[in-house]
Design a protein around this ligand. Structure first.
Ligand SMILES: [Zn+2]
Length: 438
């Protein structure tokens, strides 16, 4: 499918149900949250689409966001955080109102438009229009944007868009290692207890230079959870994406607190499965997953094994598993790949995001241009929405200047050579950890 056809398909998929949206807005306005009808006839300019997501503090270029801000981009926000959105003033227009609406995921593709939650006037500051607001919600909702000028969708330019979020949550976090199905071992015969200790060590060494403290790791087996609708027996290997449609095994995220472990619910959930049912894929997480509780975006998935091709699997070493968990957690905290894979750029529909936007991470032209094997590219093209995979490739990419960065999308030939996160990467992770309630 060419890019335009794909874009059309995505637009169709993500269009809101306008009718239901309006009904929901009226329902909420009668609850007194904000009477959209009283705000000068602007109430029905609701978000029309959410093809692109605007993440706070995302340094990537995101060239597609500006042109869509007026009619709707998805804006995940976090309870207790303070936000500033700004862009260059367009002198041919009046500063538009920034109106924000609650969006409710109906399924993995559709959102319903809820009530208006903000109606913001710009502050003019050094040639930029600036909007300050706090989240003011108790959960972690999705909002959608609308820019309104004279009762119509704003048609001026939105250039150099920036969206900053500041939170005051702790720089400490813990890990839950949730083993789903039987533990299949590593290529170097490391026991589960030793693997757990290695994962904790690798997290500490990766994140502590950023002032982040990884307190501890709790080891659990999904088979202990009698409350879950799917059963996860521990006597057979779990193949994520095969035994249930949910590659992220979201159901096991948000491990319940107990008297013995009163603080596990807000730990980062690393789900250890036998393998992910996609060729070449070692681990998965959602970019800006951001949920240190339970539910969508709360899990990072790693396989002890991976599919080399459709019929052959291979095992990872303990260190590869630990580094894959660190890599995927990097995505959870907002780090993109240092160099995007071509399939990622295509599926995000934003060609500007071929790199992570950070100044101190190198970039590899050769990777972007590399033609993957058909099996790998097929598996990457059919990833679950928002998934950020790390892949195994049977060819050397050592000529790439970012090949040893923890956020390079392809696992290193010699994992022990993996470098530290850069200063800019750690700064972003620390900022996001403070934004995520936990
Ligand atoms: Zn990745």
């Amino acid at each position: 499918m060419d890019r335009n056809a794909r874009m059309e398909q995505m637009k169709k998929k993500r269009l809101f149900s306008a009718f239901l949206g309006i009904l929901t807005a009226l329902w909420f306005s009668s609850c007194g949250i904000l009477d959209t009808e009283s705000s000068g006839g602007e109430s029905y300019l609701t978000p029309k689409e959410a093809i692109f997501a605007l993440y706070a503090n995302d340094p990537a270029p995101n060239d597609s966001l500006g042109p869509h801000l007026s009619t709707g981009v998805l804006m995940p926000v976090h309870a207790g955080a303070q936000y500033t959105l700004s862009f260059d003033a367009d002198e041919t227009h009046e500063a538009p109102k920034l109106q924000l609406y609650r969006l409710y995921p109906r399924d993995s593709e559709y959102y319903d438009v809820g009530s208006q939650t903000k109606n913001l006037t710009a502050i003019d500051s050094a040639g930029r229009w600036v909007y300050h607001f706090d989240c003011g919600e108790t959960s972690t909702p999705y909002w959608g944007t609308v820019l309104v000028e004279d009762g119509e969708y704003y048609t001026g330019a939105v250039n150099n868009l920036r969206f900053e979020g500041v939170g005051s949550n702790s720089l400490h976090f813990s890990l839950n290692l949730v083993v789903v199905g039987s533990y299949g071992g590593t290529s170097d015969d490391v026991s589960l207890d030793s693997l757990s200790r290695l994962i904790l060590e690798e997290f500490r060494s990766a994140f502590s230079p950023g002032g982040i403290v990884v307190d501890t790791l709790f080891l659990h087996h999904a088979s202990e959870r009698s409350d879950l609708s799917s059963s996860y027996p521990d006597n057979e290997p779990w193949l994520a994406g095969k035994y249930s449609d949910d590659y992220f095994v979201t159901e096991v995220g948000g491990w319940p607190n107990s008297d013995a472990e009163p603080d596990v619910y807000n730990a980062l959930d690393i789900v250890l499965v036998h393998r992910i049912e996609k060729t070449g894929v070692l681990g998965l997480s959602q970019l800006f997953g951001g949920n240190l509780g339970g539910g969508s975006g709360s899990t990072v998935v790693v396989g002890t094994h991976y599919l080399k091709n459709s019929s052959l699997e291979s095992s990872q070493s303990a260190l590869q598993i630990a580094l894959t968990a660190v890599h995927e957690s990097g995505h959870f905290f907002g780090l993109r790949h240092t160099t995007s894979q071509a399939s990622e750029v295509l599926s995000s529909l934003d060609q500007s995001n071929y790199h992570d936007g950070l100044d101190d991470t190198p970039f590899c032209e050769a990777l972007l241009r590399m033609v993957m094997s058909s099996e790998i590219s097929e598996s990457l093209a059919s990833m679950p929405s928002g998934a950020m995979p790390r892949v195994y490739l049977a060819k050397s990419l050592e000529t790439c200047p970012d090949a040893l960065n923890p956020m390079f999308p392809v696992s290193a030939t010699y994992p022990e050579d993996t470098e530290d996160f850069t200063e800019d990467q750690l700064t972003l992770v620390a900022k996001m950890l403070q934004l995520y309630p936990h």
